[in-house]
Ligand binder design. Sequence first.
Ligand code: GRG
Length: 316
Amino acid sequence: MTATVPLDTHLATLRALVEQSLTRVLDRLAPPSAIADPLRYALLGPGKRLRPCLTLTTAETVGQRHGLSAADARALALPAACAVEMIHTYSLVHDDLPAMDDDALRRGRPTTHIVHGEGLAILAGDGLLTDAFTVLASAPSPAVDAGAPVAPADRRLHAVRVLADAAGSRGMVGGQAIDLAAVGRAGTATLDAAALTDMHARKTGALIRAASTLGAIIVGGTAAEIDAIDQYATDLGLAFQIVDDILDVEGSAADLGKTAGKDAAAGKPTFPALYGLETSRRMAADCLARATSVLDRAGLGGPLQDIAAWSLTRRA
Ligand code: GRG
């Protein structure tokens, strides 16, 4: 494992691996040219790749305890990492549509529907969501080169179930529906603190948890290891969202690569709106402390702890 490597270097290595693999997926799936360009535009845009980096880092961290080399753990988890990023990208493409958050800027560039039109943006999102499961379930997966190690079928099936549940109506889709109601675009809902936390646990948190636990599942982690990673990721996901809300208040579009100040303009319930900036910062720090302590207790410290610390200080 790369425990002694600085976090920036560790993440840069994993990002390069993921981006190479995402390109391979699109090349291998070879969709018709009518949809290939919007897919490529959405998926290969300059994202942080936090979620697939979590999958790979968890796989390395847990895999090491089961005698796996970092290279083998990464190769085993790469299909899951790509599937997670494909689902995350679909959610961003659909979230930016006029019927949802209606945004023109994402990852520092015009959103997919601005460049390719609404119809193709909807289809690109649908394609990414569906193809993610081809990538995760296939053996060999289009995400890896021939000869790469393949996770046993029972682990892949477990991963499919966890990822589908996180992306589905109990998870991200449910959270997005609550969000639409909260801004008056689909019924009305007033969110108190508990409801706000529940919405984010579904909308953002569920996929971050799945991204993390998938790495542990794919390398054959024990139930206790998977549970520790799940607890860590629950707090990481909440911290990530609180920081996202803070950055929406304090950040600039140039740093964020997306429109800043949108939450307040839309009258959205956010952590700073409910608690103020200072308390929101303290809440994010509390999440980090809990995430760190669960890793310590489980003996899973190292780069996962560094990623949690980074999520608190990120500027984009
Ligand atoms: C359309 C079903 C459906 C769901 C959309 C994730 C989501 C649900 C909407 C995105 C809205 C948003 C900005 C949420 C805040 C947290 C978040 C997911 C930020 C974007 O993730 P990053 O910062 O993005 O990891 P990059 O571009 O770096 O991948």
